[in-house]
Design a protein around this ligand. Structure first.
Ligand code: TRP
Length: 333
Protein backbone atom coordinates (compact mmCIF):
# COMPACT_ATOMS: atom_id res chain seq x y z
CA UNK A 1 0.00 0.00 0.00
CA UNK A 2 1.16 3.51 -0.75
CA UNK A 3 2.36 5.44 2.28
CA UNK A 4 0.23 8.35 3.46
CA UNK A 5 2.05 11.61 3.04
CA UNK A 6 2.22 14.40 5.60
CA UNK A 7 3.32 17.93 4.89
CA UNK A 8 3.69 20.87 7.17
CA UNK A 9 5.49 24.19 7.16
CA UNK A 10 6.80 26.59 9.76
CA UNK A 11 7.81 30.18 9.25
CA UNK A 12 11.38 31.09 10.14
CA UNK A 13 10.38 33.66 12.70
CA UNK A 14 13.10 33.04 15.27
CA UNK A 15 13.37 30.58 18.12
CA UNK A 16 10.08 28.78 18.73
CA UNK A 17 8.08 29.28 21.90
CA UNK A 18 6.75 26.69 24.29
CA UNK A 19 3.42 27.18 22.50
CA UNK A 20 4.89 26.24 19.11
CA UNK A 21 6.65 23.30 20.74
CA UNK A 22 3.54 21.84 22.28
CA UNK A 23 1.14 22.84 19.51
CA UNK A 24 3.24 21.93 16.49
CA UNK A 25 6.80 20.70 16.84
CA UNK A 26 6.09 17.81 19.19
CA UNK A 27 3.33 16.61 16.89
CA UNK A 28 5.56 16.73 13.86
CA UNK A 29 7.99 14.50 15.71
CA UNK A 30 5.28 12.03 16.76
CA UNK A 31 3.88 11.81 13.24
CA UNK A 32 7.10 10.25 11.96
CA UNK A 33 5.96 6.63 11.91
CA UNK A 34 6.78 3.89 9.45
CA UNK A 35 3.66 3.91 7.32
CA UNK A 36 3.84 7.62 6.57
CA UNK A 37 6.28 9.84 4.75
CA UNK A 38 6.70 13.30 6.17
CA UNK A 39 7.76 16.45 4.37
CA UNK A 40 8.59 19.37 6.64
CA UNK A 41 9.49 22.72 5.19
CA UNK A 42 10.83 25.97 6.54
CA UNK A 43 8.45 28.39 4.85
CA UNK A 44 10.90 31.21 4.18
CA UNK A 45 8.98 32.45 1.13
CA UNK A 46 5.98 33.12 3.32
CA UNK A 47 8.20 35.25 5.54
CA UNK A 48 8.83 37.93 2.91
CA UNK A 49 5.21 39.08 2.93
CA UNK A 50 6.56 41.39 5.62
CA UNK A 51 9.90 43.23 5.26
CA UNK A 52 12.89 41.16 6.32
CA UNK A 53 16.56 41.83 6.78
CA UNK A 54 18.25 39.36 4.36
CA UNK A 55 20.99 38.18 6.74
CA UNK A 56 18.52 37.77 9.57
CA UNK A 57 16.12 35.84 7.35
CA UNK A 58 18.94 33.49 6.31
CA UNK A 59 20.04 33.02 9.88
CA UNK A 60 16.52 32.42 11.19
CA UNK A 61 15.91 29.90 8.43
CA UNK A 62 18.84 27.85 9.72
CA UNK A 63 17.73 28.43 13.34
CA UNK A 64 14.34 27.00 12.48
CA UNK A 65 15.78 23.97 10.73
CA UNK A 66 18.08 23.37 13.73
CA UNK A 67 15.16 23.70 16.16
CA UNK A 68 13.19 21.09 14.24
CA UNK A 69 16.13 18.69 14.33
CA UNK A 70 16.74 19.42 18.01
CA UNK A 71 13.10 18.65 18.81
CA UNK A 72 13.40 15.28 17.11
CA UNK A 73 12.59 15.66 13.44
CA UNK A 74 14.65 12.78 12.08
CA UNK A 75 16.23 13.41 8.68
CA UNK A 76 16.42 9.67 8.10
CA UNK A 77 12.65 9.40 8.30
CA UNK A 78 11.45 12.79 7.06
CA UNK A 79 12.42 15.20 4.33
CA UNK A 80 13.38 18.48 6.00
CA UNK A 81 13.90 21.26 3.49
CA UNK A 82 13.79 24.99 2.82
CA UNK A 83 10.84 26.12 0.71
CA UNK A 84 12.82 28.54 -1.50
CA UNK A 85 15.21 25.74 -2.49
CA UNK A 86 12.48 23.80 -4.27
CA UNK A 87 11.45 26.11 -7.10
CA UNK A 88 8.26 24.17 -7.84
CA UNK A 89 6.59 25.89 -4.86
CA UNK A 90 6.73 29.23 -6.67
CA UNK A 91 5.71 27.62 -9.96
CA UNK A 92 2.67 25.83 -8.64
CA UNK A 93 1.73 28.88 -6.64
CA UNK A 94 1.44 30.92 -9.85
CA UNK A 95 -0.75 28.28 -11.48
CA UNK A 96 -3.01 28.03 -8.45
CA UNK A 97 -3.32 31.82 -8.31
CA UNK A 98 -5.16 31.52 -11.59
CA UNK A 99 -7.63 29.10 -9.99
CA UNK A 100 -8.30 31.16 -6.90
CA UNK A 101 -10.87 33.93 -6.58
CA UNK A 102 -10.09 37.33 -5.19
CA UNK A 103 -13.26 37.10 -3.11
CA UNK A 104 -12.01 33.96 -1.35
CA UNK A 105 -8.69 35.59 -0.49
CA UNK A 106 -10.28 38.81 0.70
CA UNK A 107 -12.32 36.84 3.21
CA UNK A 108 -9.32 35.25 4.95
CA UNK A 109 -9.19 36.38 8.56
CA UNK A 110 -5.40 36.30 8.63
CA UNK A 111 -5.24 38.66 5.62
CA UNK A 112 -7.60 41.07 7.35
CA UNK A 113 -5.52 40.93 10.55
CA UNK A 114 -2.18 41.28 8.82
CA UNK A 115 -3.26 44.11 6.56
CA UNK A 116 -4.50 46.07 9.51
CA UNK A 117 -1.20 45.46 11.34
CA UNK A 118 0.97 46.33 8.33
CA UNK A 119 -1.17 49.05 6.80
CA UNK A 120 1.95 50.65 5.28
CA UNK A 121 2.69 47.52 3.25
CA UNK A 122 -0.45 45.69 2.14
CA UNK A 123 1.30 43.87 -0.70
CA UNK A 124 -0.22 41.29 -3.03
CA UNK A 125 1.83 38.56 -1.34
CA UNK A 126 -0.06 39.13 1.88
CA UNK A 127 -3.26 38.45 -0.05
CA UNK A 128 -2.00 35.42 -1.99
CA UNK A 129 -0.20 33.90 1.00
CA UNK A 130 -2.79 31.09 1.25
CA UNK A 131 -2.20 30.19 -2.40
CA UNK A 132 1.51 29.64 -1.75
CA UNK A 133 0.52 27.54 1.25
CA UNK A 134 -1.87 25.54 -0.94
CA UNK A 135 1.01 24.98 -3.37
CA UNK A 136 3.22 23.72 -0.51
CA UNK A 137 0.60 21.15 0.37
CA UNK A 138 -0.71 20.10 -3.04
CA UNK A 139 2.78 19.76 -4.55
CA UNK A 140 3.42 16.77 -2.28
CA UNK A 141 -0.09 15.36 -2.71
CA UNK A 142 -0.20 15.36 1.08
CA UNK A 143 -3.01 13.41 2.76
CA UNK A 144 -2.60 15.07 6.14
CA UNK A 145 -1.46 18.52 7.20
CA UNK A 146 -0.72 19.15 10.86
CA UNK A 147 -1.70 22.76 11.55
CA UNK A 148 -2.78 24.94 14.43
CA UNK A 149 -6.33 26.17 14.80
CA UNK A 150 -5.30 29.52 13.23
CA UNK A 151 -4.30 27.84 9.96
CA UNK A 152 -7.47 25.80 9.45
CA UNK A 153 -8.98 28.40 7.16
CA UNK A 154 -5.90 28.23 4.96
CA UNK A 155 -6.27 24.50 4.73
CA UNK A 156 -9.89 24.85 3.69
CA UNK A 157 -8.97 27.13 0.83
CA UNK A 158 -6.27 24.64 -0.23
CA UNK A 159 -8.95 21.94 -0.36
CA UNK A 160 -11.29 24.19 -2.35
CA UNK A 161 -8.59 25.03 -4.88
CA UNK A 162 -7.64 21.36 -5.21
CA UNK A 163 -11.24 20.27 -5.75
CA UNK A 164 -11.82 23.03 -8.29
CA UNK A 165 -8.72 22.03 -10.22
CA UNK A 166 -9.48 18.30 -10.07
CA UNK A 167 -13.00 18.88 -11.37
CA UNK A 168 -11.61 20.32 -14.58
CA UNK A 169 -8.44 18.26 -15.08
CA UNK A 170 -9.06 14.94 -13.32
CA UNK A 171 -7.50 13.55 -10.17
CA UNK A 172 -4.33 15.60 -10.05
CA UNK A 173 -4.29 16.58 -6.39
CA UNK A 174 -4.97 14.69 -3.20
CA UNK A 175 -7.54 16.54 -1.09
CA UNK A 176 -5.66 17.22 2.16
CA UNK A 177 -7.10 16.74 5.64
CA UNK A 178 -6.07 18.95 8.58
CA UNK A 179 -4.62 17.38 11.72
CA UNK A 180 -5.38 19.88 14.45
CA UNK A 181 -3.95 19.07 17.89
CA UNK A 182 -6.50 18.35 20.59
CA UNK A 183 -7.48 21.13 22.97
CA UNK A 184 -5.11 21.47 25.85
CA UNK A 185 -2.27 22.06 23.43
CA UNK A 186 -2.97 25.77 23.55
CA UNK A 187 -0.46 27.56 25.71
CA UNK A 188 -1.27 31.05 26.90
CA UNK A 189 0.86 34.09 27.67
CA UNK A 190 2.41 34.06 31.15
CA UNK A 191 1.60 37.75 31.54
CA UNK A 192 -1.91 37.81 30.08
CA UNK A 193 -3.35 34.28 30.22
CA UNK A 194 -6.33 35.25 28.06
CA UNK A 195 -3.94 35.69 25.08
CA UNK A 196 -2.04 33.01 23.21
CA UNK A 197 1.66 32.76 24.03
CA UNK A 198 3.48 34.49 21.19
CA UNK A 199 7.02 35.59 20.50
CA UNK A 200 5.73 38.74 18.84
CA UNK A 201 4.61 39.86 22.29
CA UNK A 202 6.70 42.93 23.23
CA UNK A 203 7.11 41.58 26.78
CA UNK A 204 9.60 38.65 26.76
CA UNK A 205 8.42 37.64 30.25
CA UNK A 206 5.18 36.52 28.61
CA UNK A 207 6.73 33.67 26.65
CA UNK A 208 9.27 30.86 27.04
CA UNK A 209 11.37 29.85 24.06
CA UNK A 210 12.60 26.30 23.59
CA UNK A 211 16.21 27.44 24.06
CA UNK A 212 15.72 29.61 27.17
CA UNK A 213 18.25 29.02 29.95
CA UNK A 214 16.87 27.15 33.01
CA UNK A 215 17.31 30.26 35.17
CA UNK A 216 15.26 32.34 32.71
CA UNK A 217 12.52 29.69 32.60
CA UNK A 218 12.33 29.62 36.39
CA UNK A 219 12.21 33.41 36.59
CA UNK A 220 9.44 33.75 34.00
CA UNK A 221 7.26 31.12 35.67
CA UNK A 222 7.79 32.70 39.08
CA UNK A 223 6.58 35.98 37.65
CA UNK A 224 3.62 34.41 35.81
CA UNK A 225 0.33 36.22 36.36
CA UNK A 226 -2.20 34.25 38.42
CA UNK A 227 -5.09 35.65 40.49
CA UNK A 228 -6.07 36.42 44.05
CA UNK A 229 -8.20 33.30 44.61
CA UNK A 230 -5.26 31.52 46.20
CA UNK A 231 -6.65 28.09 45.34
CA UNK A 232 -5.26 25.75 42.69
CA UNK A 233 -8.24 24.93 40.49
CA UNK A 234 -8.90 24.46 36.81
CA UNK A 235 -11.61 26.80 35.56
CA UNK A 236 -12.25 29.81 33.30
CA UNK A 237 -12.14 32.29 36.15
CA UNK A 238 -8.55 31.37 36.88
CA UNK A 239 -6.96 31.38 33.41
CA UNK A 240 -3.41 31.90 34.73
CA UNK A 241 -3.56 28.91 37.07
CA UNK A 242 -5.33 26.81 34.44
CA UNK A 243 -2.52 27.61 31.98
CA UNK A 244 0.13 26.57 34.52
CA UNK A 245 -1.75 23.34 35.22
CA UNK A 246 -2.10 22.52 31.57
CA UNK A 247 1.60 23.15 30.93
CA UNK A 248 2.41 20.97 33.94
CA UNK A 249 0.20 18.14 32.66
CA UNK A 250 1.63 18.43 29.16
CA UNK A 251 5.19 18.12 30.39
CA UNK A 252 4.65 15.42 33.02
CA UNK A 253 2.19 13.34 31.02
CA UNK A 254 -0.28 13.57 33.93
CA UNK A 255 -3.95 14.39 33.37
CA UNK A 256 -5.37 17.67 34.70
CA UNK A 257 -7.20 15.68 37.41
CA UNK A 258 -3.99 13.97 38.51
CA UNK A 259 -2.20 17.33 38.58
CA UNK A 260 -4.99 18.85 40.65
CA UNK A 261 -4.75 15.99 43.13
CA UNK A 262 -0.98 16.36 43.22
CA UNK A 263 -1.19 20.07 44.12
CA UNK A 264 -4.14 19.72 46.48
CA UNK A 265 -3.83 22.21 49.33
CA UNK A 266 -0.62 23.73 48.00
CA UNK A 267 0.08 27.36 47.06
CA UNK A 268 0.78 29.10 43.76
CA UNK A 269 4.49 29.34 44.57
CA UNK A 270 4.80 25.55 44.71
CA UNK A 271 2.85 25.17 41.48
CA UNK A 272 5.03 27.72 39.67
CA UNK A 273 8.28 26.09 40.75
CA UNK A 274 7.01 22.63 39.83
CA UNK A 275 5.88 23.76 36.35
CA UNK A 276 9.20 25.51 35.77
CA UNK A 277 11.12 22.37 36.77
CA UNK A 278 9.02 20.15 34.50
CA UNK A 279 9.58 22.51 31.56
CA UNK A 280 13.31 22.88 32.28
CA UNK A 281 13.64 19.07 32.28
CA UNK A 282 11.52 18.65 29.19
CA UNK A 283 13.48 21.20 27.18
CA UNK A 284 17.00 20.41 28.41
CA UNK A 285 17.81 18.15 25.49
CA UNK A 286 16.27 20.51 22.93
CA UNK A 287 18.44 23.37 24.15
CA UNK A 288 21.63 21.32 24.08
CA UNK A 289 20.88 19.76 20.72
CA UNK A 290 19.97 23.11 19.21
CA UNK A 291 23.35 24.62 20.11
CA UNK A 292 25.24 21.61 18.83
CA UNK A 293 23.32 21.37 15.54
CA UNK A 294 23.18 25.11 14.86
CA UNK A 295 26.97 25.30 15.21
CA UNK A 296 27.50 22.34 12.88
CA UNK A 297 27.10 24.03 9.49
CA UNK A 298 28.36 21.00 7.56
CA UNK A 299 25.69 18.79 9.11
CA UNK A 300 22.89 21.29 8.53
CA UNK A 301 23.95 21.77 4.95
CA UNK A 302 24.00 18.02 4.36
CA UNK A 303 20.56 17.45 5.96
CA UNK A 304 18.91 20.30 4.07
CA UNK A 305 20.43 19.28 0.79
CA UNK A 306 19.21 15.71 1.22
CA UNK A 307 15.77 17.05 2.16
CA UNK A 308 15.74 19.32 -0.88
CA UNK A 309 16.52 16.37 -3.17
CA UNK A 310 13.74 14.22 -1.70
CA UNK A 311 11.25 17.07 -1.90
CA UNK A 312 12.29 18.09 -5.41
CA UNK A 313 11.79 14.58 -6.72
CA UNK A 314 8.11 14.57 -5.69
CA UNK A 315 7.58 18.24 -6.58
CA UNK A 316 8.99 17.82 -10.09
CA UNK A 317 6.57 14.98 -10.81
CA UNK A 318 3.56 17.00 -9.68
CA UNK A 319 4.55 20.09 -11.64
CA UNK A 320 5.13 18.04 -14.79
CA UNK A 321 1.68 16.52 -14.38
CA UNK A 322 0.04 19.92 -13.76
CA UNK A 323 1.84 21.68 -16.64
CA UNK A 324 0.94 18.80 -18.93
CA UNK A 325 -2.74 18.91 -18.04
CA UNK A 326 -3.17 22.63 -18.45
CA UNK A 327 -1.12 23.02 -21.63
CA UNK A 328 2.00 24.60 -20.20
CA UNK A 329 4.09 21.50 -20.86
CA UNK A 330 4.17 18.14 -22.65
CA UNK A 331 4.55 19.87 -26.04
CA UNK A 332 5.99 17.00 -27.96
CA UNK A 333 4.54 13.83 -26.42
N1 TRP B 1 1.30 29.48 7.22
C1 TRP B 1 1.81 28.57 8.19
C2 TRP B 1 1.97 29.31 9.54
O1 TRP B 1 2.23 30.49 9.55
C3 TRP B 1 3.13 27.99 7.79
C4 TRP B 1 3.01 27.18 6.55
C5 TRP B 1 3.53 27.48 5.34
C6 TRP B 1 2.36 25.91 6.42
N2 TRP B 1 3.26 26.48 4.45
C7 TRP B 1 2.55 25.52 5.07
C8 TRP B 1 1.65 25.09 7.30
C9 TRP B 1 1.99 24.32 4.59
C10 TRP B 1 1.11 23.90 6.81
C11 TRP B 1 1.29 23.53 5.46
O2 TRP B 1 1.88 28.68 10.57
Amino acid sequence: MEKKRILSGIQPSGISTLGNYVGALRNWVKLQVDDRSCFYCVANMHAITVRQNPDELRSRTLDTAAILLACGVDPNRSALFVQSEVHEHAELSWVLNCYTYLGELNRMTQFKDKSSKHSDNINAGLLTYPVLMAADILLYRAHYVPVGEDQKQHLEIARDIAERFNKVYGDVFVIPEPLVPKVGGRIMSLQDPTKKMSKSDPNPASYITVTDEPSAIMKKFKRAVTDSEGRIAYNENQPGVANLLSIYSTFTGMTIEESLAHFDGMGYGTLKTAVAEAVIDGLALVREEFRRIRDDKAYLREVLSRGREQAAEVAARTIADVYGRIGLGAFFD
